[in-house]
Design a protein around this ligand. Structure first.
Ligand code: PEP
Length: 251
């Protein structure tokens, strides 16, 4: 089964407007200059910059949000809904990032409700899962990922409306990564759990990204692994050249 890789940049709470515009434009122009690129590219700016970033990329790469409320509208001060994100021109929404799970106490049930809202509006949810350092030390990595898949991934998920991002929490922003053997083992277990939940065909088609300190220096090795279908990139997505060097490992 040939899955088309996806390299996604999660800009987190970084960039002022001009920086966001220039970063998006730089990535989009490089992508537009490729003949028959063999991977998809997604940039996820802070919600307030989705509109200028959509303008900057001119449809050449996809734009996503970093979170969304599960409700379509209503009394939820400070939140942004999926219809708003869609209306602004974004097509993906990251849900369940470990920083949301930790900082905003989001549970698997919350993440699932958000993913359902994303799917219901015809967008694609990038559902994040991954273990903490304590869970890894206790040998619970695979159990944690399985539980998160069962709890966070909606029953209506398929390869078009959901992408999974496996991000060990201890590897995010730390410069540390699991061994390639560990990544391979977890991705295979994640795919098996998706098969158990959604069927073999969906599991074979669904993209599973790796995230956690992906950089130009380690991307090639990580992206070559069997069940790794791209990357969710934080820090290294903030510079066009670094992000592009990661994209190039999949072109
Ligand atoms: C992330 O925020 O999803 C991430 C993987 O960050 P970093 O690449 O900086 O570790």
């Amino acid at each position: 089964m040939q899955r088309r890789p996806l390299i996604a940049g999660n800009w987190k709470m970084n960039c002022l407007k001009e920086e966001a515009y220039a970063l998006a434009k730089g990535v989009a122009e490089k992508y537009a200059a490729c003949t028959d690129p063999e991977c998809d590219v997604l940039v996820c700016p802070p919600a307030i910059w989705i509109l200028p970033v959509v303008d900057a990329v001119k449809g050449r790469v996809a734009v996503g949000a970093q979170d969304a409320h599960a409700a379509k509208s209503g009394a939820h001060t400070g939140d942004v809904s999926v219809p708003m994100i869609k209306d602004a021109g974004a097509r993906f929404v990251i849900v369940g990032h470990s920083e949301r799970r930790a900082d905003h106490h989001e549970t698997d049930a919350d993440v699932k409700a958000k993913a359902k809202a994303v799917i219901a509006d015809g967008l694609t949810a990038v559902i994040c899962i991954g273990e903490t350092q304590d869970q890894r030390d206790a040998g619970k990595t695979i159990d944690v990922c399985r539980t998160q898949i069962q709890g966070s991934v909606p029953e209506e998920a398929n390869a078009q409306n959901v992408v999974i991002a496996y991000e060990p929490v201890w590897a995010i922003g730390t410069g540390r990564t699991p061994t390639t053997k560990d990544v391979e083992e977890v991705h295979a277990a994640v795919r098996a759990e998706i098969a158990a939940k959604l069927g073999q065909k969906v599991a074979e088609e669904m993209r599973i990204l790796y995230g956690g300190s992906v950089k130009p220096s380690n991307a090639k090795e990580l992206m070559a692994l069997q069940d790794v279908d791209g990357a969710l990139v934080g820090g290294a997505s903030l510079k066009v050249d670094d992000f592009w060097a990661i994209v190039e490992t999949c072109l």
